[in-house]
Design a protein around this ligand. Structure first.
Ligand SMILES: Nc1ncnc2c1ncn2[C@@H]1O[C@H](COP(=O)(O)OP(=O)(O)OC[C@H]2O[C@@H]([n+]3cccc(C(=O)O)c3)[C@H](O)[C@@H]2O)[C@@H](O)[C@H]1O
Ligand SMILES: Nc1ncnc2c1ncn2[C@@H]1O[C@H](COP(=O)(O)OP(=O)(O)OP(=O)(O)O)[C@@H](O)[C@H]1O
Ligand SMILES: NC(=O)CC[C@H](N)C(=O)O
Length: 581
C-alpha cells in the first residue's frame, strides 16, 4: 500500500483579516514542511475566517479573498514550499460561464508550484441552527479527486459530510483511497460524540479513511473546538487533535493504490457531481522506516469542555476586537464570580478589573465575597458606592416599586460603561441563560456590556461550573478562585431587603428543566405538562420566556455552548401575539 504523510493544520483564522490568515497559512505550512509531508491541509474558509456572514456580499471582500489565494500560492513557492500541495478554504465566486457565474461560494483550492492548481465549492450548504449558507452561497457541483503519489484523495467541505449522498457517496463511486474534509464546525455540548459517530458512518459509506480537519478559535457567538479526527472505513480512530488549541497533526497513512482503470474525468456521480480528476504526480511512497505515530488527544470531560469553550469565546472576542482588558461588576454572587474566573483564565488577572458597587441593600457578605474573589484571583478591584447617586435620583424623581429597584441596577450599568469609556476595558455582562430566558435582568442595567460569557449557561450549570473550576484549581494545588460562600448562599439580586431569586422564580433546577424542554427542545406547553411538570409553573415560565424576547435581542453576544442558544440559533419575532396554553 502506498503511504501518504499528511499535515493537518488545526488553526484559528480571524474573520476578515486576509493578510494575517495568509501569513498564518504560510507559517504553519513551513512548520509542516519540516516533517517532509506530502500534503498540507487547512480548515474551511481559512483565508477569510468563518463565518463571514454578509461580508460575502461585498464584492471587494470576495475579490480580496481570491487575490489573497493567488498571492499565497506565490508566497508558498517563494518560501521553497512549492512542491507540496496545500489545501486551503477561501471565499470565491462562480466561474465565468457557469450557471452561478459571479455568485459567492464557500470554496477550497489546492495550491502548488506557485499556482492555484484546482478549486471547488462546497456542495451541501447548511441552512439550519446557526447556519445561513443559502443566504450567501451557491453550491458547487463537482467532486475533486487528487492523484498524489499513487493515491486518490477526494475533497469535501464540512456540510458535505453531514448530509446523505453527495460527495461521500461520490467518493465511494470514484473509488478514492481517502476523503479529506475541511471544516468550520462550531462547538456545542456533546457535539464531539455526534461528530465521531458521523465521521465513522461516512468513512464506511465512502469506503475509505476520512480525515476530518476542524478549526479552532471563536467568532462572536461561535466557538470552534478543533478535535480533528482521522477514522478508517472500519471505524477505527487513528488520530484526534486537541480541543480548543491550535495544533499541527502529522500522520503517516497507508492507503489503497489508485485504480488506473477508475471512472474517467467528467463522469457524473451521486447528486449530479462531476468527477474532476487532478493529477499531482509523484511516485508511490513506501511506509517510512520510522512512521510518525498519530496523536490521539484525550478528550476533556463535560464541565472542562464547556468551561474551555467559555474561556475561548471570551478570549477571542476581547483579543480579536482589539481590547486588552475587561470590566465586571462584582456583586459577591455566583454569576459575576464565574464570569470573573473565566475572564482571568482567558486574558490573565492583570487584565481583569472588578468593581463592587454597593447600595443600601447590599449585604456585608456581598461586599466581602467580592473582595475575597479579587484576592483569590488577583484581579484589580475597587469599590464605588452607588448610594449617593441613588439618593440624587430619588430626590429628583418619584420612583417606587420595580422602577426604584431597577434604578440601582441601571446606576451600576451606567457606572460600568462610564469606567470602561474612561479606561478602555470591555464590559462583561454576567447574565446566565435562565435569567435571559425569563427576562430576569434590568434592561440598560445589569444587561449592559460587550460580551456575555455565560449567556448560554443555565443557572444550574453555573453552579456546577463554579464547583468544577474550584476543584480543578485544588487538584493543581492552586487557590480555588471562587469563594465557597459565593457558591453556597442563595442567589439574590439584592435590589430590596432580603430579596431572593426564588421570590420571583421557581427553584432553578425546576426552572432549567422546563426551559430546556421549551427553549432547546421546542416542546409545547401541553407536552411539558404531560411530561410531569406542574401546569402552573409551565404556564408561567412559557409566558415569561415569550414576553422577554425584547430583552434578549438587546443583550450582548456570548458563546454558544448548548444545542440552541439565544441568538443565531433561535430567531423569534419580538412583536409577537402568539401565546401558548
Ligand atoms: N416589547 C418591548 N420592547 C422594548 N422594550 C420594552 C418592551 N416591553 C417593555 N419594555 C421596556 O422594558 C422595561 C421593563 O424592563 P426592565 O426595566 O428590565 O424591568 P422589569 O422587567 O420590569 O424588571 C426587572 C426584573 O429583573 C429582576 N432583576 C433585575 C436586576 C438583576 C436581576 C438578577 O438577579 O440578575 C434581576 C428584577 O428583580 C425584576 O424582577 C419597561 O420599562 C419598558 O421600557
Ligand atoms: N453590589 C454590586 N456591586 C457590583 N456589581 C453588582 C452589585 N450588585 C449587582 N451587581 C452586578 O449586577 C449583576 C446582577 O446581579 P444580581 O445580584 O442582581 O443578580 P445575580 O444574577 O444573582 O448575579 P450574581 O450571581 O453575580 O450576584 C451582577 O452579576 C453584577 O455584575
Ligand atoms: N461549516 C459547516 O458546514 C458546518 C455544518 C455542520 N453541520 C456542523 O455543524 O459541523
Amino acid at each position: 500500500m502506498p503511504n501518504l504523510r499528511l499535515a493537518l493544520c488545526q488553526i484559528d483564522p480571524w474573520v476578515g483579516d486576509l493578510a494575517r490568515n495568509s501569513e498564518e497559512v504560510l507559517r504553519w505550512s513551513k512548520r509542516a514542511a519540516e516533517s517532509g509531508v506530502d500534503l498540507i491541509a487547512f480548515p474551511e474558509m481559512v483565508l477569510t475566517g468563518y463565518p463571514v456572514e454578509d461580508l460575502a456580499f461585498r464584492g471587494s471582500f470576495v475579490e480580496g479573498s481570491r487575490a489573497a489565494l493567488v498571492d499565497l500560492a506565490a508566497k508558498l513557492q517563494a518560501e521553497g514550499l512549492g512542491d507540496v500541495p496545500v489545501v486551503v478554504g477561501y471565499l470565491g465566486r462562480g466561474e465565468p460561464g457557469s450557471r452561478y457565474a459571479g455568485r459567492p461560494q464557500n470554496c477550497a483550492a489546492v495550491l502548488r508550484g506557485g499556482e492555484v492548481v484546482t478549486r471547488f465549492a462546497k456542495h451541501f450548504l447548511p441552512n439550519y441552527g446557526v447556519f445561513d449558507e443559502y443566504r450567501y452561497f451557491v453550491p458547487g457541483d463537482q467532486l475533486t479527486v487528487l492523484r498524489l503519489h499513487g493515491v486518490d484523495v477526494a475533497l469535501a467541505i464540512c456540510e458535505d459530510i453531514w448530509q446523505e449522498g453527495g460527495r461521500v457517496a461520490a467518493t465511494g463511486q470514484a473509488g478514492a483511497g481517502l476523503l479529506l474534509s475541511l471544516n468550520g464546525s462550531p462547538y456545542e455540548r456533546d457535539k464531539d460524540d455526534v461528530r465521531l459517530e458521523l465521521v465513522r458512518r461516512r468513512a464506511a459509506e465512502a469506503g475509505c479513511p476520512l480525515v476530518y480537519l476542524n478549526m479552532v478559535g471563536a467568532q462572536d457567538e461561535l466557538v470552534f473546538d478543533g478535535e480533528t479526527l482521522i477514522v478508517t472505513e472500519d471505524g477505527e480512530l487513528l488520530a484526534r487533535g486537541p480541543q480548543f488549541a491550535e495544533a499541527l497533526l502529522v500522520v503517516d497513512l497507508d492507503l489503497p493504490a489508485a485504480n488506473e482503470d477508475g471512472l474517467p474525468d467528467g463522469t457524473v456521480l451521486a447528486d449530479g457531481l462531476k468527477l474532476t480528476r487532478v493529477d499531482l504526480g509523484g511516485a508511490p511512497k513506501e511506509r517510512p522506516a520510522q512512521p510518525i505515530e498519530p496523536q490521539v488527544s484525550e478528550r476533556l470531560d463535560d464541565e472542562a469542555e464547556v468551561y474551555a469553550a467559555l474561556v475561548e469565546g471570551t478570549r477571542a472576542y476581547v483579543r480579536k476586537n482589539g481590547a486588552r482588558s475587561v470590566l465586571i461588576g462584582l456583586s459577591g454572587g455566583i454569576d459575576s464570580a464565574l464570569v470573573a474566573a473565566i475572564a482571568v483564565d482567558a486574558i490573565g488577572a492583570e487584565n481583569v478589573y472588578g468593581v463592587s458597587m454597593p447600595s443600601r441593600y447590599s449585604s456585608q457578605h456581598s461586599r466581602d465575597d467580592a473582595a475575597e474573589l479579587a484576592r483569590r484571583t488577583g484581579l484589580h478591584f475597587r469599590t464605588v458606592s452607588i448610594a449617593p447617586m441613588f439618593d440624587a435620583y430619588m430626590g429628583a424623581t418619584e420612583l417606587t416599586g420595580l422602577a426604584e429597584e431597577n434604578l440601582q441596577s441601571r446606576l451600576r450599568g451606567t457606572l460600568l460603561m462610564a469606567i470602561s469609556n474612561q479606561e478602555g476595558q470591555l464590559v462583561l455582562a454576567p447574565g446566565n441563560k435562565s435569567e435571559l430566558a425569563v427576562g430576569y435582568s434590568t434592561l440598560y442595567g445589569d444587561s449592559v456590556g460587550a460580551y456575555g460569557p455565560i449567556k448560554d449557561v443555565y443557572k444550574s450549570l453555573v453552579f456546577k461550573l463554579a464547583r468544577w473550576r474550584n476543584a480543578a484549581a485544588e487538584a493543581r494545588g492552586e487557590v480555588p478562585p471562587i469563594p465557597e460562600n459565593t457558591i453556597s448562599k442563595p442567589p439574590s439580586a439584592e435590589l430590596r431587603p432580603d430579596q431572593k431569586d426564588t421570590d420571583s422564580l421557581p427553584d432553578y433546577d425546576l426552572l432549567d428543566a422546563v426551559l430546556t424542554r421549551y427553549v432547546e427542545g421546542d416542546e409545547g406547553r401541553d407536552a411539558i405538562v404531560a411530561a410531569g411538570f406542574p401546569a402552573e409553573v409551565v404556564d408561567r415560565v412559557v409566558r415569561l420566556v415569550d414576553t422577554a424576547e425584547y430583552k434578549r435581542r438587546q443583550y450582548p453576544p456570548g458563546p454558544k455552548v448548548s444545542p440552541k442558544n439565544f441568538g443565531r440559533d433561535r430567531r423569534l419575532p419580538i412583536t409577537n401575539r402568539w401565546r401558548q396554553g
